[in-house]
Design a protein around this ligand. Sequence first.
Ligand code: PLP
Length: 427
Amino acid sequence: MTASKHPETQVLHAGYRSDPATGAVAVPLYQTTSFQFNSAEHAANLFGLKELGNIYTRIMNPTNDVLEQRIAAIEGGVAALSLGSGQAASAFAIQNICKAGDNFVASTDLYGGSWNLFANTLKDMGIECRFVDPSDPQNFARATDSKTRAYYAETLPNPKLEVFPIKEVADIGRPLGIPLIMDNTAAPIICKPLEHGAAIVMYSTTKFITGNGTSIGGMIVDGGNFDWEAHKERQPHLNTPDPSYHGAVWTEAVKPLGPIAYILKMRVTLLRDLGAPMAPFNAFMAIHGLETVTLRMERHCENAIKVADRLNGHPAIEKVIFPSLMSGEARRRADANLKGGYGSLMGIVLKGGAEAGASFIDKLQMFYHVANIGDARSLAIHPATTTHSQLSAEEQAATGVTPGYVRLSIGIEHIDDIIADLEQALS
Ligand code: PLP
């Protein structure tokens, strides 16, 4: 089949036509740990990276391979790597090019799990994260020094839901040899970070990508659009002999295979050594979820705009936080980076503070009360008493969480049912 550039087609066809052994049309679940080599020469070629193929499921698996190819195709990247969770993906995205003594610059508007990973766990490993306010893209340049190896941000970070200036920050990094890594978990399909200049895209596939709430997973897509070799001093870990793989210089080693130095190194060193693969069963679930992601995103976005319009000005609500209701630079950034909608995440600030927030959550009947986003079902949580309860009131305010803030992830149910549940809980 001719390659399609339409995501609606790619989610069904990219990377797989039918099973060569059985003709099965649905992507099979290859629930196996290892793969028989054709000959001693074949085995040697696979290990020597002269040929790409299956060796052992910790490092690659044919079910995962289809998911990787599909997501790489949708993003316009050259290759992808599936991992056990979004957290593993964030960690690997940095560890692949930062070692002890190096640093990276990240937006302050981040998922709490990424914040903790960067501020504490990576710090303990000697990798410094410099957090900067993304409202001024130049803050990334100001925090950069000779040891800065990457920039990192989220496209549509909650709770503030202010879209990140992807092009502006990518443009600062590129001439310096610094790739922008975008966590696009909250905005698949509606944002293609590579088109705006990002070099790497990562996902928690747990959310919108899989969409059915069954399986934890992560994904990293290599845009193949970053000239690592032109920045040998800035990116030493891809340009100097790697003792963990027979002294391979990754930018050299991949030459017969294409511009996949970043993602291949990650697969054959970090994934091999730290061992955080996506289970083939979860890849299977993600593939079957992914088939409907374009339709789901349309409905998520359509429903969310209707909810935002309905709740805006409601007597019990102080403020609705949603990109379509923003103005000025925040709105410009949303319109420059998102196409086809503003996502499904929304903040509502209740007039009655923390008590009102908690009681609103308790009154919801259809919405699920969970610490999750991006499920096909509508979800809600009151961050001040749950996800952000360990923070002081000042720290909560700095992250954008006020006592009456409730986070909604608007699902794909009928809009009348969504609005009815919200209105009865507000009344
Ligand atoms: N990135 C974002 C934006 C998230 O919301 C999450 C989880 O909520 C993660 C990364 C981590 O993903 P996972 O829970 O799959 O490890």
